[in-house]
Design a protein around this ligand. Sequence first.
Ligand code: SF4
Ligand code: SF4
Ligand code: SF4
Length: 591
Amino acid sequence: MVNLKIDNFDVNVPEGTTILEAARQAQIDIPTLCKHPDVDPSAGCGMCIVKVNGRIMRSCCTPVAEGMEVVTGDAEIVSVRRTVLELILSNHPNECLTCIRSGHCELQDMANTFGIATSHLPSLNKKAELDDSTHSIVLDASKCIICGRCVEVCQNQQNVWALSYLNRGLATKITAAGGIKLADSPCIKCGQCSAHCPTGAIVEYDETQKVWEMLRDPDLFTVVQIAPAVRVAIGEEFGYDFGENLTGKTYAALRRLGFDRVFDTNFGADLTIIEEASEFVERFTKRPESLPMFTSCCPAWVDMLEKYHHDMIPNFSTCKSPQSMVGALAKTYYAEKMAINPEKIRVISVMPCTAKKWEIVRSKDMSSSGYQDVDVSLTTRELCRMIKQAGIDFRRLPEEDADSPLGEYSGAGTIFGVTGGVMTAALRTAYFYITGEELGDINFAAIEGLDGVKEAEVDIKGTKVRIAVAHGCGNVEKVLDKIRVARENGEEVPYHFVEVMACRGGCVSGGGQPRVMMPGQPKPRGITDDIRKKRAQGLMNEDLHAKNRLSHHNEAVKTLYKEYLGQAGSEKAHHLLHTHYVARPKYDKKS
Ligand code: SF4
Ligand code: SF4
Ligand code: SF4
């Protein structure tokens, strides 16, 4: 441990801690635009300067030392920070009036804090061509402050290497590596770059106007569904605590916006479990050579598989994701039941995710209903924007229920939004399918939490099922390597069933979730594991207190099979609820 003084407070922290981290632990706020809790310091912005024994240094990359005396904000420091900010702003377009990030922008917040109304420096900013080629995220290099967070997250957290710096000095810019379009790059559309960007340089592909137009059209029948993780993050935009579950209010807000039916993706999650658990049991008992089986509900992981891991394609569950299942059923089963012309139905999903925008057009399988199954996929942030545009007072909304039948769900459906949740839900049902009995303890503590790779063995009546859960794409390689080594050596594969989520913590911290940014308040800035845990807990609590915690006991799902699909894995179920994967050209990530 190291003893030092920060602003005259005694601070005691482990050796190797940086001054910035030590200050944060002591509840002392040092401004920074480049250091995010998830990434290593890049020393890019220069805002975090402090005085160490009278000398100005960057606190994000200076380790503490015994007896150090640190001053975090005297007149000279404030003056240098102002100059740094003015230099940054001189290369920024100052388009706050029309920028999506306005009100949630760390640069804007910092400029306000330092009272910089106008910069007296000449503008060096050059308009950049927008890269909206992925239709998931939009990169506007003219708003980039070269903090490096996105590059760090894309390369090191996600191990995708889509983003890179181009040029040098003042001409430096962030772009898809090689200066190509993002859609032609290794990008898997996870949106983690956008979730970590402090400015409006990388944002979600906004489709709110498209949805407003659908809502205005009296000929259309609009159906909306919300993903599990949306309900525990939406409140952050309306002043609620992290992780507060606001399902009922979200349904109410969607009705006020004008949607004709409000469904829940959790219904689709229960259905996914029925199909996926059946698929797993079939592989496990009849086709062990097809193991391990990978979950397939994360589109960024699907994208990664199709681009990089062609040898694993036969191991992928063929199940579509919950949003796609709900979309396909809304335009077939529900349309027939209610005698609505499916041509007039528009399905809008609200997801924590930017990759879901790509998923809905991924292949022709996504139009199995005869129409595009999901017409628009909005992020949680876009829904919040629509609620604010409509002037809805979210806090005063009553709690409402979703519509039947595609709005009914179990606790197992809810936990899809958190790492380990899909596996837990699937095991509950697979156990029942294999043994004909319910599991005694339906919680799997070994696969909860934020360890990058979690492994466990589940005893199903004397048969050991080996499972693994990975989240954050950078962790997936470890699991795949183990499988490949076992295959090469002719050994038994190390796992039978593997869950993968591209985002750290699972969808609760997806690329489309509200930005953890409180204008005018010093903390917190940027999502932390603590916040991920709170959002996850919000979902796990709902499961814990649910009347039904098992997908195979969802009465609406049972009725769907009885009335329409027949049984799990039937021809009709396969046509509507399953998909195929194709090997797409491989990228050399680091070239
Ligand atoms: S969306 Fe994901 S993969 Fe694409 S550039 Fe951003 S972080 Fe990288
Ligand atoms: S795009 Fe955003 S995160 Fe990336 S370097 Fe620029 S400002 Fe930073
Ligand atoms: S983990 Fe969830 S939010 Fe992240 S890319 Fe996958 S589906 Fe989207």
